[in-house]
Write a protein that binds this ligand. Structure first.
Ligand code: CO
Length: 216
C-alpha cells in the first residue's frame, strides 16, 4: 500500500458518503452516542468496525496488544471511564482473537524488553489457570484456550472498576467476551455470565456501598 493511495481512498470515501447523504459529515460532527465500547487487539487483521459491520459513531474503540485491561494503564482506564460514565454505553466488549502474537509471545521464555511488563498480564492469566492449561497437551489448543481465558480475565478486570459496577446497578450495563477467528472471519461469543462473575468477585472487589452484595 502506497501512502499516497490513502489520500485517494479517503477522497473516494468522502465522495461515496456524500453521494448517499449530503449531510453525513455535518451530522457526524455534532457528537457521538455509541452504545458499545469495544476493547480489542492492535493486530492489523482484527479491524473492529469492519468485522462487526458497524459505522462511524456506533462504537467507542480502544485497542492494545492482546486486548489487556490493566488496572494501572491510564489509557484503557480512561477509555472505560469515559465510555461508561460520560457516553453511558450499554455494552462493554473485550474481543480477543486466535493467532494473537501477544499471547504467543507470553507463552515463550524470552526477554522482550519493554514488552515484559505488558505481557506479564497474560502470564498472570496463565498462572491463574495453570491447572487447566497444563492438562492440554496439544500446543495449538493450549494457545487457543489461553486466548479465551485472557478475554475472560480482562472482562473480570473490567468488572472490578467502580464505573462499571455503578453502571451495572444504574442501567444494567453488560460486559461481553468475544473471540474473532482470523481463519474463518467468524466472531464467537464466550457467553460470560456477567451476574455470576460479579457475584463471585464482589466479596473482594465491591467498590459501591449500595446496593449490598445480597441484592445483586
Ligand atoms: Co493480538
Amino acid at each position: 500500500m502506497n501512502i499516497q493511495d490513502i489520500f485517494k481512498n479517503n477522497q473516494n470515501w468522502v465522495a461515496e458518503k456524500l453521494a448517499d447523504d449530503k449531510d453525513y459529515f455535518e451530522n457526524l460532527s455534532k457528537g457521538q452516542t455509541p452504545s458499545m465500547l469495544y476493547i480489542g487487539c492492535s493486530d492489523s487483521r482484527v479491524t473492529a468496525e469492519e468485522m462487526m459491520g458497524v459505522h462511524p459513531g456506533e462504537v467507542f474503540v480502544h485497542r492494545n496488544i492482546a486486548n489487556l485491561v490493566n488496572n494501572v494503564d491510564l489509557n484503557v482506564m480512561s477509555v472505560i471511564n469515559y465510555g461508561v460514565r460520560h457516553l453511558k454505553v450499554k455494552h462493554v466488549i473485550v474481543c480477543g482473537h486466535y493467532y494473537c502474537g501477544g499471547v504467543k509471545a507470553a507463552m515463550q521464555a524470552s526477554d522482550l524488553g519493554i514488552l515484559n511488563p505488558w505481557l506479564r498480564g497474560i502470564r498472570d492469566v496463565y498462572r491463574l489457570h495453570k491447572n487447566e492449561l497444563n492438562c492440554i497437551t496439544d500446543e495449538d489448543e493450549r494457545y487457543n484456550r489461553l486466548i479465551e481465558l485472557n478475554v475472560q480475565e480482562q472482562c473480570i478486570n473490567i468488572i472490578k472498576t467502580a464505573a462499571v459496577q455503578q453502571a451495572y446497578y444504574e442501567w444494567g450495563l453488560a460486559v461481553h467476551g468475544w473471540i474473532f477467528d482470523i481463519k474463518t472471519g467468524k466472531l464467537k461469543d464466550l457467553n460470560i455470565n456477567f451476574d455470576k462473575v460479579l457475584r463471585n468477585i464482589m466479596e473482594i472487589y465491591d467498590l459501591n456501598q449500595k446496593p449490598s452484595i445480597e441484592k445483586i
